[in-house]
Design a protein around this ligand. Structure first.
Ligand SMILES: *[C@@H]1O[C@H](CO)[C@@H](O)[C@H](O)[C@H]1NC(C)=O
Ligand SMILES: *[C@@H]1O[C@H](CO)[C@@H](O)[C@H](O)[C@H]1NC(C)=O
Ligand SMILES: *[C@@H]1O[C@H](CO)[C@@H](O)[C@H](O)[C@H]1NC(C)=O
Ligand SMILES: *[C@@H]1O[C@H](CO)[C@@H](O)[C@H](O)[C@H]1NC(C)=O
Ligand SMILES: *[C@@H]1O[C@H](CO)[C@@H](O)[C@H](O)[C@H]1NC(C)=O
Ligand SMILES: *[C@@H]1O[C@H](CO)[C@@H](O)[C@H](O)[C@H]1NC(C)=O
Ligand SMILES: *[C@@H]1O[C@H](CO)[C@@H](O)[C@H](O)[C@H]1NC(C)=O
Ligand SMILES: *[C@@H]1O[C@H](CO)[C@@H](O)[C@H](O)[C@H]1NC(C)=O
Length: 387
């Protein structure tokens, strides 16, 4: 009983009092750094650790190029269908918990079990800033440069669900022999932490291709959507980058392509013409001509290829209307928890949380809690910020 009280207090303290520094990554055996822990490098370089002000070698593929996946492990991208990825603050919260530091801490669809939403840097569902998957059609990872990655799918409601769907464009051509390389990119809301970039590289392969048309050379994205926080109520569609776009490389010590300030981070949203879902206009034949973008331009390019799916065709061909707003409430999937019931907020979830902590208690009591110092016990409860 006494232990229970102490444990509860500890959990409360970690969730409420300590500055929360939980972070996130995509997790899959095809990733670089799958088994990297906070001990592998002289600094905390777990896949979930944020990348800020790093040298190129430190941030590129998270510095994990020497920690490749096992041969044959690829993340499959079915052309024209959905690929479901797992995003979490700790490997223990995913399907691959059995090779994690802390064991099975899975909790349904929660990316960060037993944590407030600040653990994944958001104040709530309306404060989500999206994440991206990018691809390079190159099997030799050392040949890939940042300018080679093209964002091919966006999920504007991440990080929120552990199981996050990414729509793969129908016209993705096949990968070369040996497969492709992909990477997950995320920059979170400015009101939920510092200037943090996330990049997790992985091996991927397109399956079910029906097209051989290659991707266009990706360009740097431009801030062209409505930006009411910065006195810009209307979008400027003529200022957008259209077609294939690079991911954001921001706030590193080297090789940035974005130079926005601390409080105006670039986001994988309409703000940078990253529409939710499959990026169907990234191919060399997607546009006959792309006029040079500029703030006062009113000219926008016209899609010339019939695009993947009906929904996407309509949103891509009407950029002026569609690019002006953040995801509207109607974009909330109907089969998901409603707005305002973040895992850390609703009462049912509070109940789940306390059950979660007693599970932790049960698991940890026999060894850690009784035989180790408080510091070790604390580590046990703080899987995603072990310091
Ligand atoms: C980046 O790191 C350098 C060297 O460690 C330091 O001098 C500089 O203040 C840092 N910049 C930011 C924005 O953190
Ligand atoms: C990661 O660790 C697990 C468990 O030790 C092992 O089975 C797997 O092969 C490792 N994966 C890589 C890529 O090192
Ligand atoms: C760990 O779990 C994964 C996913 O379920 C499975 O493929 C793998 O064989 C398991 N590894 C061990 C060592 O049990
Ligand atoms: C990969 O690319 C590097 C750099 O271009 C080259 O030195 C190396 O031989 C290549 N490896 C393979 C297996 O082709
Ligand atoms: C984003 O992921 C969520 C959770 O998996 C899913 O419901 C939603 O449809 C995805 N959005 C897009 C545009 O694929
Ligand atoms: C990638 O997928 C294609 C289509 O299914 C397959 O033919 C190819 O062998 C796969 N490549 C790798 C490296 O697994
Ligand atoms: C146009 O895009 C540039 C580059 O991202 C950005 O700095 C500028 O604020 C944008 N201007 C307008 C009016 O959208
Ligand atoms: C763009 O429009 C703004 C506001 O209408 C104006 O102040 C500015 O001079 C124009 N810039 C160019 C390059 O035409």
């Amino acid at each position: 009983m006494r232990s229970f009280t102490l444990l509860s207090l500890l959990v409360l303290a970690l969730n409420g009092v300590e500055p929360v520094r939980g972070h996130a990554s995509i997790w899959h055996p095809s990733m670089y750094g799958f088994n990297v822990t906070d001990k592998t490098f002289p600094y905390d370089n777990r896949p979930v650790a944020p990348l800020t002000n790093y040298t190129f070698d430190q941030w590129w593929f998270h510095g994990h190029l020497n920690y490749p996946p096992n041969p044959g492990d690829y993340f499959e991208l079915p052309a024209g269908q959905v690929a479901t990825a797992e995003i979490a603050c700790n490997k223990g919260a995913t399907t691959w918990f059995n090779s994690s530091e802390g064991g099975d801490i899975r909790q349904g669809n929660s990316p960060c079990p037993n944590s407030p939403t600040s653990a994944y840097h958001t104040t709530g569902f309306s404060d989500l800033k999206g994440c991206a998957l990018a691809i390079a059609y190159e099997s030799n990872v050392t040949k890939i440069q940042p300018e080679d990655f093209t964002v091919f799918t966006i999920n504007q409601t991440c990080v929120w669900y552990r199981f996050t769907d990414f729509a793969v464009p129908a016209r993705m051509p096949p990968c070369p022999e040996g497969g492709c390389h992909c990477a997950w990119f995320w920059i979170h809301s400015a009101d939920s932490g510092g200037e943090q970039n996330y990049m997790t590289g992985f091996k991927c392969n397109v399956t079910g291709s029906t097209s051989n048309v290659p991707l266009a050379k990706p360009q740097v994205p431009r801030r062209c959507g409505a930006d009411p926080d910065f006195g810009k109520p209307e979008a400027s569609p003529g200022n957008c980058t259209y077609g294939a776009k690079q991911p954001f490389y921001w706030f590193q010590a080297e090789r940035n392509n974005m130079f926005e300030g601390t409080y105006a981070p670039p986001f994988y949203l309409d703000l940078y013409n990253f529409k939710d879902g499959a990026q169907d206009d990234i191919f060399i034949d997607s546009y006959a001509d792309i006029p040079p973008p500029s703030p006062n331009s009113t000219v926008v390019p016209v899609l010339q290829q019939p695009q993947g799916t009906k929904t996407i065709a309509s949103s891509s061909s009407a950029p002026s209307a569609a690019s002006s707003s953040l995801p509207a409430p109607s974009s909330q999937p109907t089969n998901q928890v409603p707005f305002g019931t973040a895992p850390g907020r609703c009462s049912a979830c509070v109940k789940r949380r306390s059950q979660g902590s007693s599970n932790l208690q049960r698991r940890s009591l026999p060894f850690r809690w009784l035989s180790h110092s408080n510091v070790n016990a604390k580590r046990k409860f703080s899987l995603w910020h072990p310091f």
